[in-house]
Design a protein around this ligand. Sequence first.
Ligand code: BDR
Ligand code: CA
Length: 324
Amino acid sequence: MRMVLDMDTGVDDAVAMVLAMNSPEFEIEAITTVAGNAPVVQCTRNSLLITELLRPWDPPPVAHGACEPLVQSLIIAPEVHGHDGLGGLLDTLPTPHHAADSRPAVELITAIPHDGPDDVSLVASGPLTNLAIALRTDPTAMAAYRRIVVMGGAFNVPGNTGPVAEFNFYVDPEAASEVLSSGLDITIIPLDVTTSTALTRETLETLVKSGKRTDIPAPARPGRNLAAILYRALDYYMNFQEDESGLNGGFMHDALAVAAALFPSMITTRPASVEVVTSGPARGRSLVLPPVNGRAVNIAIGLDAGAFHRVLEERVLAPVWGST
Ligand code: BDR
Ligand code: CA
């Protein structure tokens, strides 16, 4: 399965990237970045660093994308992900060896060659700015994607950016609205399912302690050590969620989007038309309307949480913290 990842590379995006890159079913064609959890420069740097730590010999291309939403001013989430998107580690992180691709993200997204209608899929785990621009620029190229899996939205649960909106749709509601009404084959993974299960701190700590990497929390400077970088980023992310809601762990929103692209049977979906409110106090809110001709998307409404945690453990936790 050939795959493009479009990310605002914060902590759960980083976990999603590890999951995708450790999945032999996927050939990662490109990782494109978009402003969201952190400024896009930082998201690009985080993506370059993680990809080359995972696969130093042949990292996939990383392309720099939109630095601000289509219409609204950028809002970032330093309280959730750190000012740099990786738990505030910026000053201690090594500079990536590789540079970003010379092409902008939208050019790369629309230039991916498709051999047939079932060829390449895309997971979008940040605001949908790049995808909306790609649709305006080259709708034919976008229609060639087999499926687009989008992490975003909150339907029957409270929002995480104000009372009714989910962060990705809140940051760029115009882009979300354009993409979701495009008629492309889209599956939405909303907060309704991503917050139905969490990676607990206990699971993380147990794996870290049982693994070979006993040095993880100790060094102040994690250096070129993915286990240390990811552990410290997750620690920051989990601390925020504990302060905010008492949850002793972290929601793996974006990793679930990758897992659902990998194993569609992990989720149950229903078709619907979705409208995103673009302004006013309900900005970013996602509303379900009856399906309109050809404009329906699939919304995830159920999840096999056990299967998701097995995939997370086998492909992220165990490989990174060396317990296998
Ligand atoms: C989404 O917002 C970001 O903070 C996360 O990375 C995820 O994509 C959850 O609302
Ligand atoms: Ca994200």
